[in-house]
Design a protein around this ligand. Structure first.
Ligand code: 5RP
Length: 235
């Protein structure tokens, strides 16, 4: 892809940097979103060039599955393998403790399964995703089974949140996840204790998973533009 858009360039280069970390003979968790899409493309390129071999991917979404097939990455399932060596995934916010908000693509439930299982979970973001405190720029996604939307919304309000049902773009009605559920996006004035909030929300009956990823990420790769050049920082 040729682009001069700095955000796209950061996504592209950080995706490439993550793909470079994939080794032969490994099981690779394939994340969801526009940044991970570049990583999937470059893993496919490395496989095709013979730089790495014997890779199998575990997709975190229908999008990841489609991209893996497009770029020639063989796929497997969690029934067929007992471990994941490395997972690469994007995020909507990253705090200084490597805690994340994910779910911008409504894929956080399967993403958490795969990313948490991986021996090494690498997060790929552009610098716009870095925040001092989670919840500052992005609403917290919560996947809910359809019949429980109203009570879960009331419970989220009692927890101090402002919930809204995520609506489709170029599709009438709400967003339906790959599992056939709905997503409530919640604005919290301040997320002071992400670990506690993650558990509290997941304890509400009808909630499948929320987008707080606490203590899951191992490495954060951040694409930055410095003096007109994209550089990748790792922490
Ligand atoms: C999908 C996600 C994505 O990883 C997150 O939204 C980041 O996406 P992008 O790289 O397109 O900004 O959590 O559920």
């Amino acid at each position: 892809m040729t682009t001069s858009d700095p955000v796209q360039l950061m996504k592209q280069e950080v995706g490439k940097a993550a793909a470079a970390k994939v080794k032969s003979d490994t099981v690779v968790g394939l994340g969801t979103g526009s940044t991970t899409a570049f990583a999937i493309q470059y893993i496919g390129d490395r496989l095709a060039a013979g730089e790495i071999k014997n890779i199998v991917g575990i997709p975190t979404s229908f999008q990841a599955e489609v991209l893996a097939k497009k770029y020639g990455i063989p796929l497997t399932t969690l029934d067929a393998v007992d471990h994941i060596d490395i997972a690469i995934d994007g995020a909507d916010e990253v705090d200084p403790n490597k805690n994340l908000i994910k779910g911008g693509g409504a894929a956080h439930t399967r993403e958490k399964v795969v990313d948490a299982l991986a021996e090494q979970f690498i997060v790929v973001v552009d610098e716009g995703k870095m925040v001092e405190k989670l919840g500052s720029t992005f609403l917290l996604p919560v996947e809910v089974i359809p019949m429980a939307v109203a009570p879960v919304m009331r419970s989220l309000e009692k927890l101090g949140g402002k919930p809204e049902l995520r609506m489709g773009i170029r599709k009438a009605g709400p967003v339906v996840t790959d599992q056939g559920n709905l997503v409530i996006d919640v604005k919290f004035a301040s997320i002071d204790n992400p670990a506690e909030l993650e558990k509290t929300i997941n304890n509400l009956p009808g909630v499948l998973e929320n987008g707080l990823f606490v203590g899951v990420a191992d490495v954060i790769l951040v694409g930055k533009v410095i003096d007109g050049q994209v550089v990748i920082e790792e922490f």
